[in-house]
Design a protein around this ligand. Sequence first.
Ligand SMILES: [Zn+2]
Length: 372
Amino acid sequence: MSSVIDNPPVLGRSAPSLISLVRPSDVDIRRGRRRLHLKAAGIVALVAVAYWGLVFSSAGWIGRIGFAGLLVVGVVAVGTGIFHDANHGAFSASRRANRVVAHSADVLGASSWVWRFKHNTLHHAHTNVVGRDSDIEQSPFARLAPQQPWRRWHRYQHLYMWVLYGILTLKWFIVSDVVALLKGGFGTDRFPRPPTPRDVAVGAGGKLVHLGWAVVIPLLFHPWWGVALFYLGASWLVGFTLAMMFQLAHCTDVVEFLSRSDAEHQESFEVHQLRTTAGIECRLPLLGGFVRWIMGGLDHQVEHHLAPRLPHTVYPAMATRLRVLCAERGLPYHEHRSVWRAVRAHGRWLELLGRDPSRITADLRLAPGRRP
Ligand SMILES: [Zn+2]
């Protein structure tokens, strides 16, 4: 599976080699990895302190809520700043180290083996291609791409999806991995090889470990209703935050959605990624710094989609050059001006795609390939 996952296929004709022009030097990449390792150590320390405070300390309710908030921040940062990089092979120069750290996904309850197929192969190689990118499939709950069928309840999706995002991620941890393993893949895409007994054992073991630290150990010290309240609340917040980071990059009215045949006619893999992906500017001095830290480079989604095997700490430097290069070549470089504007763009997209397509008026200015 690794060859497909680690080397997403180039779509279409010759690539403009943007990445060869903005790729940091080997020295800068090594520095970037060192910064990433320091950041990862800080994240692990944060999670440990937050977990200790939440489960073992004698803090009162207010204190425990504070520690739970810190734990949510830490777990999201593990997802964006450790397991995402590691599963892309970007955390370390050593393949073995990447695979070991990638198991942080299993500890959080998501099979790293399934994740690499779903995220690296289906999402990164077929971004926003309907029927291939499983990340834009939320059927029957939501219609996220114009090519997907409309249902009557979708007219309210701009209201209820915000709540469902947190729950859908929990469903993914509990149900979707198992269903994917039983079906042998996602949609019409099959795993390149059947999972080995070890892959299944690691995935199942990871879910047990997750259940152990998140539910069983807390139950030894606290009443069941308190554990249930904190677990469900924290899970929802982690799920919502992670879902938002994805949706703001790929499900707004500034990017494109492609059918399978559209995707085959894309000029190149790089142009495909530029058309289907948006970054987010975070300029506020203090809050912006925190947002960039917790997003782990996912505010630089464009750079991530062009160079997913580089540590996310090198993306800001790449972005400066890439913006100029895209402008010079007349290529799109989508970037929301702020997190709030990105959230509003996602809300607009949900509202637009929730409308009955038969009643859409002609004056709606939709980009090619987006007509509901
Ligand atoms: Zn990725």
